[in-house]
Design a protein around this ligand. Structure first.
Ligand code: ATP
Ligand code: MG
Length: 326
């Protein structure tokens, strides 16, 4: 059985891109593998933030993940900053990570462009991410497409550390990505991928009226200007959302109606809204239940952190021994 690890930043609200690209996969894989899910709050401070807001967002993220279907009876859910070994291992890994590899990372280039002054944490983000994964010696990391490059780097780091310090040479397994067909959901503006920090999202817990308000003006195939212009489904984000959320015969119907101009984009969006509601209604209901029982959320996080501190402590003992710190 593989061990699965994945993380999400409490940098804003959980959105349908996170859900379709990663979180929904976690809820499935948790029944097939040992699964560890981390709310990576130390990652979230690599861009400017408000401390009070971080507190709320961390709690909201935990609640949203449980509402989305993470089951603390089968999976482990915890907050990164409650397990100090993450930053300890990150420091160690920093000393073997090639600087050039960090400078090449697309996420660093994109996120640093949006900052006036660039902090070293943003550059070293993938090292902390490698530490998150390697600390649990996880084999499989279910993520969206944007994280594939970071994972590649974590394999480089694992290989380097093994070759330098581990005579057995396989202390850290090389983690492989697990992707879904909805690995890259675009933002509603059609300009970039949907991102918590870009204000182009549909939140998983938004009320239906808000969802429709956002979906209605969302960008579709830019070449469909008049109602009578036939469209190309493959270039339309709405079609990709249909593929992730609608039944196969509906998806087929949508493609036909789009490419023959049988429907206008608004008709297509109405059908998507129905499919989306089918998925979101039970999630909203579970979130309501959890809001009434915050102790349940806190207990899940406390148990998760205690379990992870134990696992992380064991790995760090092995690391310290092999590096001459014992
Ligand atoms: P931020 O803007 O703060 O980076 P984010 O929306 O990119 O937020 P992350 O916490 O960085 O969210 O990523 C959580 C998980 O969701 C990762 O596995 C990531 O690959 C996945 N993910 C993020 N955005 C998308 C998207 N648009 N489509 C598919 N998967 C996504
Ligand atoms: Mg991100």
């Amino acid at each position: 059985m593989s061990r699965i690890f994945s993380g999400i930043q409490p940098s804003g609200e959980l959105h349908i891109g996170n859900y379709l690209g990663a979180v929904k996969n976690w809820t499935k894989l948790q029944h097939e593998h040992e699964t560890i899910i981390c709310i990576v709050d130390y990652h979230a401070i690599t861009i400017p933030y408000e401390p009070a807001q971080l507190r709320t967002r961390r709690r909201d993220m935990a609640l949203s993940l449980l509402a989305a279907g993470i089951d603390p009876n089968v999976a482990t859910l915890f907050v990164q900053s409650q397990v100090p070994q993450h930053t300890e291992l990150a420091w160690v890994l920093n000393t073997i990570t090639p600087l050039g590899e960090l400078e090449r990372q697309t996420q660093f280039k994109e996120k640093s462009q949006r900052q006036e002054s660039i902090n070293a944490g943003l550059l070293n983000y993938p090292v902390l991410q490698a530490a998150d994964i390697l600390l649990y010696r996880a084999n499989l990391v279910p993520v969206g497409e944007d994280q594939v490059q970071h994972l590649e780097l974590s394999r480089v780091v694992a290989r380097r550390w093994n070759a330098t310090y581990a005579a057995d040479n396989d202390f850290f397994p090389e983690p492989q990505p697990a992707l879904t067909p909805a690995r890259r959901i675009m933002g509603l503006d059609g300009q970039a991928k949907m991102s918590k920090s870009l204000n182009n999202t549909i939140g998983l817990l938004e009320p239906p009226e808000e969802v429709w308000k956002k979906l209605r003006p969302a960008i579709t195939d830019p070449k469909r200007i008049k109602r009578t212009d036939p469209g190309t489904p493959e270039v339309c984000n709405i079609y990709h959302l249909h593929k992730a959320l609608s039944a196969p015969d509906t998806v087929e119907h949508v493609a036909k109606q789009c490419s023959t101009a049988g429907w206008g984009c608004i008709d297509c969006k109405r059908v998507l809204f129905e499919s989306m509601e089918r998925e979101l209604i039970p999630i909203r209901r579970r979130a309501e239940e959890l809001r009434r029982d915050p102790a349940h959320v806190e207990a899940a996080l406390a148990d998760g952190a205690a379990h992870c501190r134990k696992l992380a402590g064991e790995t760090m003992r092995g690391v310290r021994e092999r590096m001459g710190f014992d």
